[in-house]
Design a protein around this ligand. Structure first.
Ligand code: ASP
Ligand code: MG
Length: 402
């Protein structure tokens, strides 16, 4: 049972979450709980660090960040005890979660679950700090933002849990963000592939890395509300009967990326490789790389999307490169949004792409960039059209409540 920051934001919420864990224990399950830092604490800790140092040391940053989750585990375990159920808090290192030494973005190497198993055998609920682990130097390290989802899925895999419940502040995964599309529907079940695409397309429900891990280890995930005792969304293996169909399951919107274009790049072998190598060296994430066909003059444009947070670094990198490879200039377009249709079987059913583009055209919305795969159709549009694009597509694909 994983409880995110909003579910443990204050003492009342911690007690309510603990009640659910205690109930599951009393009903006979062995229970391992993973918690995040309360509320926005991780953001606050990062801001705090920046007030004493412009470039905080990564090792010390991890020592600081780990305190958020440590607060949650102690309070959660106390709450379970006050509800009459034995419980023990475990930091990531105590829980046997080992990771590499890339501070603030470590990868899990291995989990040694002996301590968890012995606590469970003694009848206690184990309350494990998400997001943190121990590295080969015996230092505490963290797993990247949203990392407690990863901790929960990894533990569920190693412990061979019957499932991994992700308790959150929404009731499940919806056909679109209900704050934008009022008749959005809760989806009963999604495949790992679809959920991974959704997470990559900007849906905030779960960290993408954790879904990838769940897929590889076959961990069934149930995303559900921490506050309402109703079924949420199951993420599991695709149903076989659906395999040959084309279905649209949901829509996502991402305003967190900007578009960069290298204009009039000489059309020569190796140029795209150099662009990507330069960005990769700086660990800048890129998405939707699109190269236009060459013109008569032997040049083409290369466009890509990159997270807003790294857009300045990406621009500087591309500008330096543009001078070396003889490209004309670098354009940056900030006011854009990515609208994604997620589903399955798109390759064999071109009608779905036709419908997406037609719907946007009917709404008078211009498309800047398009990428497609069997599982998703992505369009970059002006940011000011993002919400109306989402609503129009939701209607066109009949995703609303019936
Ligand atoms: N507290 C960490 C974060 O905010 C980990 C998590 O919430 O999953 O990124
Ligand atoms: Mg969080």
């Amino acid at each position: 049972m994983k409880f995110g920051g909003t579910s443990v934001a204050d003492p009342e919420k911690i007690l309510r979450a603990a009640e659910r864990a205690v109930r599951a224990r009393k009903e006979g399950s062995d229970v391992v709980v993973v918690v995040s830092a309360p509320g926005e604490m991780t953001d606050e800790l990062i801001a705090l660090a920046q007030r004493v140092s412009q470039e905080p040391d990564a090792r010390e940053m991890d020592v600081l960040l780990a305190t958020g989750e440590q607060m949650s585990i102690a309070l959660f375990a106390m709450a379970c005890r006050s509800l009459g159920c034995p419980a023990v808090s475990l930091t990531g290192p105590q829980a046997g979660i080992h990771a590499d030494d890339r501070h603030t973005r470590s990868r899990i190497l291995e989990i040694r679950p002996q301590k968890i198993f012995s606590e469970l055998r003694a009848g206690r609920i184990c309350v494990v700090a998400g997001f943190q682990a121990v590295n080969p130097n015996s230092d505490v390290t963290t797993l990247g933002r949203g990392g407690s989802d990863l901790s929960a899925v990894a533990l569920a895999a190693v412990l061979r849990a019957s499932g991994c419940e992700i308790f959150t502040d929404v009731k499940g995964v919806y056909t679109a963000d209900p704050r934008i599309v009022p008749d959005a529907r809760k989806i009963a079940s999604l495949s790992y592939e679809e959920m991974l695409e959704l997470a990559g397309a900007g849906a905030q429900v779960m960290q993408a890395r954790s879904i990838d891990l769940a897929h590889r280890y076959g961990v069934r995930i149930h995303v559900r509300s921490a506050f309402h005792p109703v079924a949420g969304t199951w993420i599991e293996k695709a149903e076989e009967k659906r395999m040959e169909d084309a279905t649209v399951s949901s829509l996502a919107l991402d305003k967190g990326e900007v578009r960069l274009t290298l204009v009039e790049v000489p059309d020569k072998p190796g140029i795209a490789a150099r662009v990507l190598t330069e960005l990769a060296k700086k660990e800048i994430a890129v998405d939707m790389i699109v190269q236009s066909a060459p013109t008569q003059a032997g040049v083409n444009d290369i466009s890509l999307m990159t997270p807003r947070a790294t857009s300045e670094a990406a621009r500087a990198t591309l500008e330096a490169l543009a001078r070396r490879i003889g490209a004309k200039r670098v354009d940056i377009t900030e006011q854009v949004a990515k609208v994604t249709v997620v589903g399955t079987g798109f390759r064999r059913h071109a009608g779905i792409a036709a419908k997406m583009f037609g719907t946007l055209a009917d709404a008078g919305i211009n498309i800047h960039m398009i990428t497609t795969s069997d599982l998703k159709l992505c369009c970059i549009v002006d940011a000011r059209h993002a919400e109306s694009a989402l609503r129009a597509l939701h209607k066109a694909f009949k995703l609303g409540r019936r």
